[in-house]
Design a protein around this ligand. Structure first.
Ligand code: FE
Ligand code: CA
Length: 535
């Protein structure tokens, strides 16, 4: 399969990388206020658009990254800049709610993160950035409802896996058009490599792999240049999780597939680039040598008393994947020959995050508890299970960590947060599944459904043939729907009495103007976990 160079990105990357290395050469810059004279027409600094995210009842994070394009911009590249920002109650910016100046530091790729506070709960705002004469696009964002409010509804979209070379981001155009209250992105926002060829189904030859901070910055700049992706960012606040490809394929904790001894440096570069390009707030920036040796990603977001989002990090703290291929790290497909997979002490979230999640269940005031996370949680055996010990499992997802999954389910049963719904990505397929304490025990009288899972397909990334997905569904009776032949996203509408999930599929991912249709929709009623198909 050959994947075309979608938009001449190699040339673009080379240009961006050259400028990033200029920035790295000026680490101790002072804050400058560029004069209008710097603002040549070719010098538009907001080419990556703007974004907002991580909404609280009275605050939201505004983001942009100043990019330099024209050759005569070079003197400014190593300089810290003061970027103006405004947030208003109206699109015409007549009722300004807050404004100020924020530093865009070369050490952080001239990214800007403004944590605007003092806003009013449960309302829409408009915001923009200014640098010299240049004004960014105007974008829309909103705050979460007050903690004690019970909103009538919450509409959100969730998406994942947007490999640049596999198609256009028409899904994002449709997300923007749907005007949701919130967008959740569940990982693989970038892929760490460029175009590649699959010469044999299992042997991919990849090019231009990101290793350094400059590489990752270039990749984000490439992806964020897309107008449809920008439109989705401009339409609503995002909450974000990451998966493996923000760093390296199938990495776990501090180890990657090829067992690269320099991987922790690479991971720090990737984490820094993630921070630089996402509308997130960090408890603190790294101290000391400035390396992003770790990054606190997991967090909670409350939508009044209607919904609580538990955003999980299944990458940074996990036990290494069980029974990897000889001489390698990363994923494998294993059966009963891999006893390690079942070890009780194995963890996907790490002990600290597991305890934090249990506390989030115990304290949740919400009617609906949404676990927003990377990978498929439902058991997904690749071969039939007739007797105990049967089945084949992919070790990179929750199936590689069954004891950790049982602990999570035990915590759901112990703390009883209302209406748990798991949303996931990673597998480039739609799935709707019942989550059960013991997936191999069919009788629901002794093994009730304790949560519902909706897994979204990829925005662009390719997947397995539909016939193979139908085999998965038949081998896994708790799965009620599976679809891998379409790209798209999922729309969710939550009300106090029910949640509806609608699987949105593009007609043709190779077309920026692709149409969209609902291929299936499901409901979960308050107090009744489990998949019910409605269309
Ligand atoms: Fe992916
Ligand atoms: Ca992934």
């Amino acid at each position: 399969m050959m994947h075309a160079d979608r938009r001449g990105f190699l040339a673009r990357c080379a240009r961006v990388a050259a400028l990033s290395s200029v920035a790295a050469a000026f680490p101790h810059a002072t804050l400058a206020f560029p004069r209008a004279a710097h603002m040549r027409p070719s010098w538009y600094p907001f080419r990556l658009g703007v974004a907002s995210g991580s909404p609280r009842p009275t605050s939201v994070v505004l983001w942009t990254r100043v990019m330099f394009e024209a050759p005569d911009a070079a003197p400014a590249v190593g300089t810290a800049l003061a970027v103006g920002w405004e947030i208003a109650e109206d699109e015409g910016f007549r009722r300004i709610a807050a404004k100020g100046k924020a530093a865009a530091l070369p050490e952080l790729a001239h990214s800007v993160h403004v944590d605007v506070t003092g806003l009013r709960p449960d309302r829409w705002y408009w915001y923009r950035f200014m640098l010299g004469d240049a004004v960014s696009p105007v974008a829309r964002t909103r705050t979460a409802p007050a903690p004690d409010a019970l909103p009538a509804s919450l509409r959100f979209a969730f998406a994942s896996c947007q490999h640049w070379e596999f198609g256009h981001y028409a899904a994002h155009r449709h997300i923007a058009a749907a005007a949701p209250d919130l967008i959740a992105f569940l990982g693989d926002y970038i892929y760490e490599w460029g175009p590649y060829q699959l010469e044999h189904p299992q042997v991919a030859r990849r090019s231009d792999e990101s290793i350094t901070l400059g590489d990752y910055r270039s990749r984000y700049a490439q992806y964020k240049s897309d107008p449809h992706l920008q439109a989705a960012h401009h339409s609503a606040p995002w909450i974000v999780a990451w998966d493996d490809h923000e760093v390296a394929n199938d990495y776990g904790n501090d180890r990657d597939g090829p067992l690269d001894p320099g991987f922790s440096m690479r991971r720090a570069a990737a984490y820094q680039a993630f921070y630089e390009h996402m509308p997130i707030r960090l408890p603190s920036l790294p101290a000391g040598d400035g390396r992003f040796a770790w990054l606190r990603m997991h967090d909670r977001y409350d939508w009044g008393r209607l919904a609580r989002f538990h955003i999980l990090d299944g990458r940074q703290y996990r036990s290494y994947q069980a029974c990897p291929k000889r001489g390698r790290g990363g994923s494998n497909s294993v059966g009963a020959d891999c006893a390690e997979r079942l070890a009780r002490e194995r963890t996907l979230l790490g002990a600290e995050q597991e305890a934090w999640l249990a506390n989030g269940f115990a304290t949740s005031p919400a009617k609906w508890n949404i676990l927003a996370q990377q990978t498929l949680m439902a058991q997904s055996t690749q071969s039939p299970i007739v007797k105990p010990g049967d089945g084949h499992f992919w070790t990179d997802g929750w199936d590689g960590y069954p004891a950790a999954r049982e602990r999570l389910f035990d915590d759901l049963m112990k703390y009883r947060p209302a209406n748990p719904i798991v949303i996931s990505g990673d597998v480039h397929s739609f799935f709707a599944a019942d989550l059960k304490r013991d997936f191999n025990h069919a009788a629901s009288s002794v093994n009730p459904v304790i949560a519902t899972e909706f897994c979204g397909t990829s925005v662009t990334s390719n997947s397995r043939p539909q016939a193979r997905t139908e085999q998965y569904v038949s081998h896994n009776p708790h799965m009620h729907y599976g679809r891998s032949d379409r790209r798209g996203f999922v729309l969710m509408e939550i009300t106090p009495v029910k949640t509806v999930a609608s699987f949105q599929a593009l007609d043709d991912v190779s077309r920026p103007d692709s149409g969209l249709s609902t291929v299936a929709s499901f409901k979960v009623e308050d107090g009744r976990p489990g998949v019910v198909r409605i269309a």
